[in-house]
Design a protein around this ligand. Structure first.
Ligand SMILES: N[C@@H](CCC(=O)N[C@@H](CS)C(=O)NCC(=O)O)C(=O)O
Length: 221
């Protein structure tokens, strides 16, 4: 018998939240397993040792962007979130790569020294590096409602989880980025967006706070 696809996640992770949102958007029930602090358990499923990981009845899919294209292709009632038309798909793919290569890595780089290198404060360079992506995103949005025009796609869900995570420590100024603010407000209207994203952001904030305290204690010893 076919079982619900399993997804291994850590809710604080932006790519994991994008996968949960995509599943919610297409009405797909997942068996969600939060394996925060237990990444060692999944080295056999993902040699890169990262979450999210999808196990769809033995089909293992790694990388959130690939997972979401797979989920939409396989389970969505229509292709609106990831269009089959080559020209439209090219636009969505470009923005998925923009997230994978720029938005998410820069958001992650802000917190990396705290999580993995004993730092007790954020580095100005990383903050500025993230803020540069806001300018790019503002230009990409142009006068459109979503990143790829008037239709919501998985590129929006990925970019939004990365940007809102980056914004926690690299502030976004509404006056200079009105299009991003309007776009985020639009995404907030989706029934699943705030519920999933806020939970993750809250966990991320709490984890960072705790880690800074731990790092400060070890420095003082
Ligand atoms: N490009 C990957 C990036 C995944 C990634 O870096 N995930 C982080 C959490 S945000 C992770 O699993 N890190 C493992 C670790 O820090 O040990 C994707 O989109 O799935």
């Amino acid at each position: 018998m076919t079982k619900k696809p399993i997804v291994y996640i850590a809710i604080r992770s932006p790519p994991c939240r994008a996968v949960l949102m995509t599943a919610a958007a297409i009405g797909l029930e997942l068996d969600v397993q939060d394996i925060f602090r237990n990444l060692d358990k999944i080295t056999n499923l993902n040699l890169c040792r990262t979450v999210p990981i999808l196990d769809d009845n033995g089909v293992i899919v790694n990388d959130s962007h690939v997972i979401d294209t797979y989920l939409v292709e396989k389970y969505a009632a229509d292709d609106s979130l990831y269009p089959k038309d080559p020209q439209k798909r090219r636009e969505v793919d470009t923005l998925l790569y923009f997230d994978a290569c720029h938005l998410f890595p820069r958001a992650r780089l802000i917190v990396e020294p705290i999580f993995n290198h004993g730092a007790v404060e954020f580095e100005e360079f990383h903050i500025k590096h993230m803020q540069e992506t806001y300018k790019l995103s503002e230009n990409i949005l142009g006068g459109s409602s979503y990143l790829c025009g008037e239709q919501l796609t998985i590129a929006d869900l990925h970019a939004a989880t990365s940007i809102t995570s980056g914004m926690l420590y690299a502030p976004l100024h509404d006056e200079t980025h009105p299009r991003i603010r309007a776009w985020l407000n639009r995404l907030s209207q989706l029934p699943y967006f705030d519920k999933i994203n806020k939970e993750g952001l809250d966990v991320l904030i709490a984890n960072i706070k705790q880690k800074i305290e731990e790092n400060a204690k070890s420095k003082a010893q």
